[in-house]
Design a protein around this ligand. Structure first.
Ligand code: C5P
Length: 277
């Protein structure tokens, strides 16, 4: 097609692809587009493709709640990758597979499935033939998940799924290594920072044990232990991506944290739209 109009192609990038139907025309016929057809084509070109956004941060920083809330507000899909590691840990515990046995863990990966909900959030996990999402935040899973997630081979096996989801664009993906390893080319990288005391308080509130000082202290200790393993492991440790927008949510309400992420997404959308104009 390009050769026919004497326009040699050096680099062809498919930005968007859409269809308009040209009825009552035979091969070789030529006619101008109608106003309605032009409008239809315009809408294909002007519709914003949307960004790929990574949200990383330590346990209890609110990545999943804040990320999902922001995604909903901007009309993006959302994926919480922590659910994958938790699901794998849940299944390993159930099957009696050691969290140190990377080979056996790899075999279990085909049995966990992230399923989107009607709002296009990938936060529900199916394993063992049923939905197990509600069983992924138990102390047992908390205790073992960092052991499961430190295996390079297990992490590598989980990459294609995460890449396939991101390839569709318009997505917020939350985890520990999304901006650094999984999606280093993300359009926007967010890192949620928050003190360990605040994280423990929030987790305790989620679990309905805010008034129990011993329980809060235990949650804080567990977060500290998991932070330690997650940020010192050899493969894909938790790090602030160098080019991340760091949002410190200490003292923020949930709504303020969501709004801060939405503002960062909107600003990046505008920046990229201007760059393309
Ligand atoms: O985010 P969440 O606390 O649910 O993650 C549970 C665990 O899964 C983390 O402590 C970490 O060991 C692992 N994880 C990871 N990489 C991700 C997401 C989670 O290693 N991208």
């Amino acid at each position: 097609m390009f050769t026919a109009v004497d326009a040699p192609v050096r680099r062809l990038v498919r930005l968007r692809f859409g269809t308009i139907r040209l009825s009552n025309m035979s091969m070789g016929d030529v006619r101008p587009l109608t106003a309605a057809e032009r409008k239809q084509l315009d809408s294909l070109v002007t519709e914003k493709p949307g960004l790929i956004v990574s949200v990383d941060g330590p346990g209890g920083s609110g990545k999943s709640t804040v990320g999902a809330g922001a995604a909903l507000k901007v009309g993006y899909r959302f994926c919480d990758t922590g659910v994958l590691y938790r699901g794998l840990t849940w299944l390993a515990l159930k099957r009696g597979v050691s969290p140190d046995d990377s080979g056996a863990l790899e075999m279990l990966i085909t049995e966990v499935e992230l399923a989107p909900d009607p709002q296009q959030r990938y936060v529900h996990l199916r394993a063992d033939g049923r939905e197990v999402t509600d069983e992924l935040h138990t102390p047992e899973v908390d205790r073992e998940v960092s052991r499961v997630s430190q295996h390079a081979s297990v992490r590598a096996k989980l990459l294609p799924l995460q890449h396939a989801l991101a390839a569709g664009g318009r997505i917020v993906m939350a985890g520990r290594d999304i901006g650094t390893v999984v999606l280093p080319e993300a359009d926007l990288k967010v890192y949620l920072d928050v003190s360990i005391e605040e994280r423990a308080r929030r987790r305790a509130a989620e679990r309905g044990v805010s008034d129990d000082a011993a329980a809060v202290a235990q949650i804080e200790e567990e977060l500290r232990r998991r932070d330690g393993i997650d940020s010192t492991r050899k493969t894909a440790p938790l790090r602030k991506p160098a080019d991340a927008v760091v949002i410190d949510t200490d003292g923020y309400t949930l709504e303020q944290s969501i709004d801060a992420v939405v503002a960062a997404i909107r600003a990046k959308e505008r920046e990229l739209a201007q760059g393309h104009a």
